[in-house]
Ligand binder design. Structure first.
Ligand SMILES: Cc1cc2nc3c(=O)[nH]c(=O)nc-3n(C[C@H](O)[C@H](O)[C@H](O)COP(=O)(O)O)c2cc1C
Length: 319
């Protein structure tokens, strides 16, 4: 049988975590300009919305460029039939894989039984996995989840998921209740990896939680034996977080401001009025930090309302 992209990755591999309103097509393009991870994910996207008139808006979350491959569409919801249809859509849009979000702890989604609430409802989780596989047209199906809901449930929950013949399983080493308030528990991630060895040797295990960069990720791989590492917030502090030490490029102020302009221009060109310009402001800290005058410059940038204002402020900045 033809290998899917997960099976072709060299281990250990690195993945940029899905982050809502952050890792859209535009930010992933910025990451491609610095140092690409081995795999990208889209932001999580609701299957009910994709099966409604709302699709016209939501479909923007599924835009990607060829250089962002391999790319996995992440979906969430509660209705198996909508996962089936969303999976068919992912196939037709030529994604490389489909990931099920069983990890988001936000009350707005868990109150309806979605995302990390699946941890309390394995029979629905199973139906959803099956419906997704059925619609996937052979695309590999993976799951991203946490180690428990209110308490640690590594053996029962991850053990259950590992029986579902998944291509990959991302384990974020916190319970849903813990949000991101405590350190990720890599001992539990290691337990998940050991369970995999027993139950599902074909399923790749990706560890996630508090990894700063490539070298830190390699330490985690050594400690736990996971196949891959997913980094989320680490990218905010280090745009080269996926680069091995000897390939890290030290970005000076001019490089950072060039990247900021690239990001802002691509944001406006790509989304036009479809995305609020204010979303861009949350990215400025990535580019404007840790140099003399950075905080003054950031304060000015935080008051901008359009691209021209950003361009003028950057143009008038003297090094
Ligand atoms: C702003 C933000 C948005 C997120 N959105 C998603 C999402 O859409 N799907 C998902 O599975 N996880 C989402 N997460 C969780 C991250 O993918 C990741 O699991 C978490 O940040 C822990 O990894 P880290 O310590 O490397 O950041 C989000 C996290 C952040 C900070």
């Amino acid at each position: 049988m033809k290998k899917n992209f997960w099976q072709k990755l060299k281990k250990p591999f690195f993945v940029l975590a899905p982050m809502d309103d952050v890792t859209d097509l535009v930010f992933r393009e910025v990451v491609c300009k610095t140092y690409k991870p081995d795999v990208f994910f889209t932001e999580f996207t609701n299957v009910d919305g994709l099966n409604s008139k709302g699709r016209a808006v939501l479909i923007d979350r599924f835009k990607f460029t060829e250089q962002q491959r391999p790319i996995v569409a992440q979906i969430w919801g509660i209705k198996p039939e909508n996962f089936y249809h969303a999976a068919k859509l992912c196939k037709s849009l030529k994604f490389d894989g489909i990931d099920l979000n069983f990890g988001c702890p936000d009350r707005n989604v868990t109150k309806n039984g979605a995302c990390s609430a699946m941890i309390n409802n394995p029979s629905l989780a199973k139906e959803i996995i099956e419906a997704t596989k059925k619609g996937s047209g052979g695309l590999p199906v993976s799951v991203k989840t946490r180690i428990g809901f209110a308490k640690v449930q590594t053996e029962e929950w991850l053990g259950f998921l590992l029986e579902q013949n998944l291509s990959a399983l991302t384990i974020h080493g916190r319970t849903a209740k813990q949000l991101s308030l405590v350190e990720a528990d890599w001992d539990e991630i290691k337990k998940g990896k050991n369970l995999r060895d027993k139950i599902a040797p074909q399923t790749l295990i990706i560890g996630n939680g508090d990894v700063r960069d490539f070298e830190h990720g390699l330490e985690r791989v050594k400690e736990t034996g996971v196949d891959g590492i997913m980094i989320g917030r680490g990218i905010f502090n280090d745009l080269y977080c996926f680069a091995p030490k000897d390939q890290k490029f030290v970005l000076d102020i001019k490089d950072m401001l060039d990247l900021l302009l690239f990001h802002a221009r691509l944001f406006v060109n790509t989304w036009g009025n479809k995305k609020n310009f204010l979303i861009l402001r949350r990215f400025f800290k990535i580019y404007v930090s840790n140099f003399p005058g950075a905080s003054d410059l950031r304060i000015k940038l935080m008051s901008t309302n359009n691209l021209e204002e950003v361009e003028n402020i950057v143009k008038n900045y003297t090094f």
